[in-house]
Design a protein. Structure first.
Length: 276
């Protein structure tokens, strides 16, 4: 983990490098101790994107260790408890809701990409064929569950109480013409449950892990104006940490944009923005 002492050492190392090496050697990190960052991520696409920034960080004297998680709860708890230095797996509404609910001092320092949520089925090819009382799976966490319900509403399957907002639950459904049965499951479990469901609304990272391509396989997906931007999260006390800022810059670099566009065309969309 990156301690405050190491953060100070990193800042000093940068200064020493710039002063002693001149313009040609500035930032190369030669002669300085390597700073180690442990960053939590879900496997696809987050961990894959992080792999791309390792060379960029190495040039700055930073070693990146990627710690993979398969759920949406543990990464934030691990961050708050100091087990990792940052995480990269979640969108802004989820982070803000989780931090409020758990009273955690975590924030974000970079906006990286959008993963459009989509609705998938192994039983129908067109949403018009969805049967009455069909079982529809959605994520069981408040923000992704609300996001899924808003997508179902946009598809004309249900109507929600306008006051519910982005954290709507199935109890906020005001109109359900097909009497759909809303089944709440752990987000990572939804792709594996497609055989038992008529329809499942799945986050793109878990869809990609299951070899589902949102723009090809989803019956309908969010549009490009989705507010659910995936971010690099850190402890609030570390938001000005120079090593973490280097990580943020690397994640929003042209190299990462090129990798995203080539590897996940239409499924993951760069949405770069630094928050410092």
């Amino acid at each position: 983990m990156l301690t405050l002492t190491l953060a100070l050492a990193y800042a000093c190392a940068l200064g020493a490098s710039a002063a002693g090496a001149g313009a040609a050697g500035a930032g190369a990190g030669t002669g300085a101790s390597t700073i180690k960052l442990r960053v939590g991520a879900t496997p696809v696409p987050h961990a894959e994107i992080l792999e791309q920034v390792k060379p960029l960080l190495a040039a700055k004297g930073i070693s990146l260790e990627i710690v993979e998680f398969t759920d949406y709860v543990t990464p934030n708890l691990a961050l708050a408890e100091g087990d990792i230095d940052a995480n990269f797996f979640q969108h802004v509404p989820y982070l803000e809701q989780f931090a409020r609910d758990r009273r955690l001092a975590i924030t974000y320092i970079a906006k990286v990409h959008i993963e459009p949520m989509g609705a998938y089925s192994k039983k129908i090819k067109d949403i018009k064929d969805l049967r009455d009382r069909a079982k529809v799976g959605i994520p069981n966490d408040p923000t992704n569950g609300g996001r899924a319900l808003l997508l179902l509403q946009r598809a004309g399957l249900i109507k929600l109480d306008p006051k519910a907002g982005i954290t709507a639950t199935k109890f906020d459904i005001t109109s359900n013409p097909k009497n759909l049965q809303i089944v709440e499951l752990e987000a990572a479990q939804l792709p594996r449950s497609l055989e038992d469901l008529d329809l499942a609304v799945i986050n793109s990272n878990f869809a990609l892990e299951a070899k589902l391509v949102p723009t090809r396989d989803a019956l309908f997906i969010e549009d490009s104006q989705s507010p659910y931007v995936n971010v690099l999260a850190v402890r609030t006390s570390d938001k000005d940490n120079p090593a973490l800022k280097e990580l943020a810059r690397a994640l929003t670099s042209p190299q990462v944009a090129e990798f995203i566009n080539k590897t996940y065309p239409g499924s993951v969309v760069p949405a770069f923005g630094l928050e410092f």
